[in-house]
Write a protein that binds this ligand. Structure first.
Ligand code: FMN
Length: 182
């Protein structure tokens, strides 16, 4: 498994600025978009499984579901989603928010978003595709439907041969461990 960590902001040094990180080329200075990077890697590897990080604090469920499912399809699966809740106010500020929500609230949202992502992946099962060139029938509309909450259907199959993408999670706090265990 190869996965790319990510943050939505350049790291800060002890002085609260990005200066030292930039000057030294330190960790956290450069973050390429993980899904784009992994999509490029997918074209040159057959054996590596590919994972990417997307934050439930900033990215809506449909967007996460679609981007990870796209990587899942491009790589032939299974791709993995590293679920993070993000850790710094300056990430939130880059996303147009005043700051991060408290940890408990972030994990509460992570629960909701993760369930939505799992549900959205199911809105387009890959075996609903007919791709029948003789009859011109593309897919079964009865099986490609929105979630009960009205999200979707996804614009790409959420699974490859019946298997959805994998989930990764590395929470360390009691709340994070509880979320990861579920
Ligand atoms: C191997 C590993 C990879 C991680 N990758 C990321 C990441 O890419 N982006 C991120 O915001 N946090 C990342 N984290 C942080 C965790 O998601 C988590 O926030 C952290 O371990 C603190 O736990 P807590 O959220 O329960 O306090 C990573 C942690 C570990 C151990």
């Amino acid at each position: 498994m190869l996965f790319v960590p990510d943050a939505m902001a350049m790291a800060r040094g002890h002085d609260g600025t990005t200066d030292a990180v930039i000057a030294a080329g330190a960790k956290g200075g450069i973050y390429l978009d993980p899904v784009t990077v992994m999509s490029a890697v997918a074209s040159v590897t057959e054996r590596l499984r590919l994972g990417c990080t997307l934050s439930t604090s900033f990215v809506p469920a449909y967007d996460i579901a679609r981007r990870v499912a796209t990587l899942h399809q491009l790589s032939g699966g299974p791709a993995a989603w590293n679920i993070v809740t993000s850790a710094y106010d300056y990430e939130a500020q880059n996303m147009g928010l005043p700051g991060l929500e408290p940890r408990a609230d972030r994990y509460h949202k992570a629960d909701k978003v993760t369930q939505e992502v799992l549900d959205v992946w199911q809105t387009f099962p890959d075996d609903a595709l007919w791709v029948d060139t003789e009859t011109g029938r593309f897919a079964d509309p009865t099986r490609i439907q929105p979630t009960n909450h009205g999200i979707g259907p996804l614009t790409v199959p959420g699974d490859v041969e019946g298997h959805r993408p994998m989930l990764l999670q590395a929470g360390a706090s009691p709340t994070g461990l509880d979320f990861a265990a579920r």
